[in-house]
Ligand binder design. Structure first.
Ligand code: NAD
Ligand code: WQD
Length: 341
């Protein structure tokens, strides 16, 4: 059985669905601070099989000890955490407590229970502003400019130390680039509970009339059209990367680091233009100043994951955007129904 912390969230839910589809038993631990119980129902509907679900906190050592004792867990995927960069600047202690404290408590409980396979949701943010592109795993980790990024780097370092201390550990640090999109069914996707932070949730809110325009943060970067370039990858591809990573980890020891990205970058304006083509909806833009802390360009060299995991992202930008829009439209449909009642 695989324990997925944060498995009711955007990425964890897609990961849970992939494993259930492969016949694995899944236990989700989530405190629902940024997700809803409805996600568990949706996973069950799509998989035709219900994951076990415990509402609780990954920092709760006693709870972790109980779960690791009561369920036949042999591997953990640690997605639980807080992820809003701006919020982390305002509330650093909450971010360190949840993200670093959560990783620490989880590793302690796993060691005690003798469970040594761990997959961690890290981020390309640990590279900082890498001078050479595409970014490969040998690129030095940078100085993250915000507590969120620092919390990911600190968690990675804790896991590296833990693995060096005991050869039974097998840990995969997955450095995600920019996950977007939704399940093609339109039933599972990102549901930000407050003001979105990332490009896609903003764009979707503009497209659905909830915001008047999309702010483009800077058009004077040294990129093809002056706007920031990122490596966007479909959340379903990302979820499949976790399955491949754990399969590989079962046959090795120590710490392994893999970039999960497509290897191709798109600018903000390219994303907007692709969205307009896919949906037929015009997105009003407002060109604004650069967002503090943003880098100009960032995309992965995914070669290591291709060779070692046998994993490669295959879904196009168009499918990411079409799937995200289907999810968003379904969400709004549900809101309308509730309002009509
Ligand atoms: P999300 O907020 O949708 O999911 C995180 C889940 O963790 C939520 O369901 C939340 O309720 C839960 N959670 C938070 N604190 C918890 C705690 N103390 N105990 C138990 N559950 C807790 O975010 P996501 O986009 O699915 O991200 C998953 C992981 O991937 C996070 O660790 C995030 O930092 C990392 N990541 C995300 C991105 C991205 O762009 N989405 C990029 C790189 C890395
Ligand atoms: C993408 C591009 C913006 C919003 C962040 C975190 C990273 C990871 C993923 C979690 C940039 C531009 C954005 C908007 C815009 N998170 N933009 N208008 O900054 O690459 O990465 O999310 O782990 O750690 O730092 O993603 O989606 O915020 O921005 O012009 O309203 O879109 O400037 O060029 P980012 P993003």
């Amino acid at each position: 059985m695989i324990l997925i912390t944060g498995g009711a969230g955007y990425i964890g839910a897609h990961v849970a669905l992939e494993w259930l589809g492969q016949g694995e038993e899944v236990l989700i631990l989530d405190n629902l601070c940024n997700s809803q119980r409805a996600a568990i129902e949706r996973i069950s509907t799509l998989a035709g099989k219900r994951p076990e679900f415990i509402q609780g906190d990954v920092r709760n050592r006693r709870l972790l000890d109980t779960l690791l004792h009561d369920y036949p867990i042999d591997a953990v995927v640690h997605c639980a955490g807080l992820k809003a960069v701006g919020e982390s600047v305002r509330e650093p202690l909450r971010y360190f407590d949840t993200n670093v404290g959560g990783s620490l408590t989880l590793c302690q409980a796993m060691a005690q229970a003798g469970v040594f396979h761990l997959v961690f949701s890290s981020s390309a943010t640990v590279y900082g502003d890498c001078a050479t592109l595409p970014i490969n795993e040998a690129c030095a980790t940078g100085q993250p400019t915000n507590p969120y990024g620092m919390s990911k780097l600190m968690s990675e370092n804790i896991m590296k130390s833990v693995a060096s201390s005991d050869p039974r550990w097998s840990i995969g640090l997955l450095r995600y680039f920019n996950p977007i999109g939704a399940h093609p069914s339109g039933l599972l996707g990102e549901a930000p509970t407050s003001t979105p932070n990332n490009l896609l949730p903003y764009l979707l809110e503009v497209a659905s009339g909830q915001r008047p325009h999309l702010s483009v943060f800077g058009n004077d970067y040294p990129t093809l059209d002056g706007t920031g370039v990122r490596d966007y990858l479909h959340v379903v591809d990302l979820a499949l990367g976790h399955v491949c990573a754990l399969d590989t980890l079962r046959g090795r020891r120590g710490v392994s680091i893999w970039n999960l990205g497509t290897g191709r970058g798109y600018s903000v304006l390219e994303v907007v233009s692709a969205f307009e083509q896919v949906t037929g909806i015009k997105i009003p833009l407002s060109i604004e100043a650069r967002r503090p802390g943003d880098i100009a360009r960032c995309w992965a060299n995914p070669q290591k994951a291709i060779e070692e995991l046998g994993w490669q992202a295959s879904r196009s930008l168009q499918s990411m955007l079409a799937d995200a829009w289907r999810w968003q439209s379904n969400q709004l449909g549900q809101v309308d129904v509730r309002q009509a009642n």
